[in-house]
Write a protein that binds this ligand. Structure first.
Ligand code: ATP
Length: 307
């Protein structure tokens, strides 16, 4: 459920947030006593820029031998597309998306970005073009400014202010005792869950990645905060390839395509309306089992009887 709950996913959080970059990340791995077999191939290629075409080609993966989680995932995604991944709990959505920035490597098949196998790319450079926004945000003890700009130390004041504005965080920051220079985290001002999420969104506006991976919260914040965050995320995903683990219809509605994961494969893809028309289809079963939240107002026009 929560991407950053499990230790290995904590690493993902640190990657996204650790101020000292990859070197600090390696120390963090040492600290966790995790043996990373994810490293640059000797002939790894530079990744100056990405368009964001992503292809899952017969992808297989399991955390333990004999316990496969992904059983041959095939899916090709165009640059700029937003694909909502849905499926029963434990189906492997988080696992699949964590293979893209190589938090793990596939045990079979391949993931290609712009036609190149991710395992052939220089890891740190590749990750510079991939943004991860999780429901659980890791902040380090520093100022708001440092937390937003850590990955873009060259960011100008104007760029930071713009990122704040787009993340709907301006007023919150203005109300802090030292504004952008307010220390947050354990030794500073404690931010709410929603504020932290918006901070991580501001971070992404500044990072400006070609590929965005979102893990939508299952447990709702208060509705107004939630709406604001969803609006910011919709804006953030514009012009980027976005892969979102979706639990809400209002998110799915923004997707160009839905991919239903079941039994370690892509069971179906299509629009909400197209998938709703498939009698006995995997998507309809998910809806029937209420694995997708139909919040009032969020997607009225897509209610089952209207589809
Ligand atoms: P949810 O919607 O509940 O988050 P999901 O579709 O994202 O589920 P995953 O989190 O990818 O599913 O989990 C797929 C399977 O892999 C589950 O059986 C889960 O228990 C297992 N799993 C996930 N992470 C690990 C891990 N770090 N070590 C071992 N097994 C894991």
């Amino acid at each position: 459920v929560n991407v950053f709950f499990r230790p290995v996913e904590k690493i993902a959080a640190v990657l996204e947030t650790y101020p000292k970059g990859i070197a600090g990340f390696r120390r963090y791995l040492d600290f966790l006593a995790v043996e990373p077999d994810i490293a640059d191939a000797p002939d790894a290629v530079a990744v100056p820029a990405l368009r964001g075409a992503i292809e899952f080609r017969n992808v297989r993966f399991g955390y333990r031998t004999g316990r496969p989680v992904l059983n041959g995932v095939d899916l090709a995604i165009e640059p700029g597309e937003t694909v909502a991944f849905v499926g029963p709990s434990g189906a492997g959505k988080t696992t699949l998306l964590s293979l893209v920035p190589r938090f793990y490597d596939a045990s079979g098949g391949a993931i290609l970005i712009d036609g190149t196998d991710v395992r052939r790319m220089r890891l740190a450079e590749m990750r510079r073009h991939i943004g991860v926004v999780s429901q659980d945000v890791f902040l380090f003890g520093g100022t708001v400014r440092e937390n937003i700009a850590y990955g873009r130390l060259d960011a100008s004041e104007a760029e930071i202010v713009e990122a704040l504005r787009r993340a709907h965080l301006e007023d919150t920051v203005a109300a802090l005792p030292q504004g952008l220079d307010t220390v947050v985290g354990e030794r500073g001002v404690k931010l709410s869950g929603g504020q932290k999420q918006r901070l991580s969104i501001a971070r992404m506006f500044l990072k400006d990645p070609a590929v965005l991976i979102l893990d939508e919260a299952t447990s709702a914040l208060d509705t107004e905060t939630e709406r604001m965050i969803q609006r910011s995320l919709a804006e953030l995903s514009e012009g980027r390839t976005t892969l979102v683990i979706a639990h809400r219809l209002s998110t799915i509605r923004h997707a160009t395509r839905i991919a239903v994961i079941a039994d370690g494969r892509i069971a179906e893809t299509g629009s909400h309306a197209a998938l709703m028309r498939r009698d006995g289809g995997a998507y309809r079963r998910l809806i029937a089992a209420q694995e997708i939240v139909w919040e009032a107002g969020g997607g009225m026009e897509l209610q089952p009887d209207a589809a």
